[in-house]
Design a protein around this ligand. Structure first.
Ligand code: PGA
Length: 251
């Protein structure tokens, strides 16, 4: 059966010292009160190696927030999937809407990043989601389907089984405007049906589909109660250990 996952996305926040303090706080809270889901912390690159050492890795997995679309070589400033893996990190967030919007990441680029992440043994947390105008035009299903098709549907069923999907409506990210539990369930079920059409019911049933966008301790329970919502990708609320733990406790 698929795993429930709560993953934090710190984005570009926390110095090394602040980040390691936060990682230790989260780990200590989980040791005191064992989580009923997989917990992941998505840190900036510079935190990864230290974060792996700072947490109880039986309880917390460490994730990067991006990786290069090239294997290695003369790509100044880039960080490869192999480098991420060498820190002990196990996950990589790919295709976050901020990367798509501010750094021009296309589905074609994300296809290459996904291949490199998988080839290096990382679990991609692959983000999809529509912007407000697309939601208002009722195009959310079409948008999510295209994002998955163009970036992921070249994978074999075996490869696809290693992917975690994060549905993040762009209008809900960092805005305080959360999707209703009904909106989340409806599109998560649709995304699962798209996966089932391509890879069959078993692969679809085993795929974790997370919700992201203004998820907080106060709304996590009703979001995660939906049959097709298998956890969350958490931005702002993952920067505070108590808040993040409050979301984890929704399971
Ligand atoms: P938010 O961000 O929880 O701050 O809305 C979610 C995300 O961008 O992953």
């Amino acid at each position: 059966m698929r795993q429930n996952i709560v993953a934090g996305n710190w984005k570009m926040n926390n110095t090394l010292e602040e980040g390691i303090k936060l990682a230790k706080e989260v780990s200590a809270l989980l040791e005191a009160n064992k989580p009923n889901c997989k917990v992941v912390l998505g840190t900036p690159f510079i935190h990864l190696a230290e974060a792996v050492k700072a947490v109880n890795t039986d309880l917390v997995g460490i994730s990067a927030q991006d990786c290069a679309d090239k294997e290695s070589g003369a790509y100044t400033g880039e960080t490869s999937a192999a480098m991420i893996k060498s820190t002990g990190a196990e996950y990589v967030i790919l295709g976050h809407s901020e990367r798509r919007t501010y750094y021009g990441e296309t589905n074609a680029i994300l296809k290459d990043k996904t291949d490199l992440a998988l080839a290096n043994g990382l679990t991609p947390i692959f983000c999809i989601g529509e912007v407000l105008e697309e939601r208002e035009a009722n195009k959310q299903n079409e948008v999510c389907k295209t994002q998955i098709e163009e970036a992921l549907f070249h994978l074999s069923a075996d490869e696809f089984s290693k992917i975690v999907i994060a549905y993040e409506p762009v209008w809900a990210i960092g805005t305080g405007k959360v999707a209703t539990p009904e909106q989340a369930q409806e599109i998560h079920a649709y995304i699962r049906s798209v996966i089932a059409d391509k890879y069959g019911a078993e692969v679809a049933d085993n795929t974790s589909i997370l919700y992201g966008g203004s998820c907080k301790p106060s709304n996590a329970k009703e979001l995660f109660a939906n049959p097709d919502v298998d956890g969350g990708l958490i931005g702002g609320a993952s920067l505070n250990a108590e808040d993040f733990n409050g979301i984890i406790s929704a399971f």
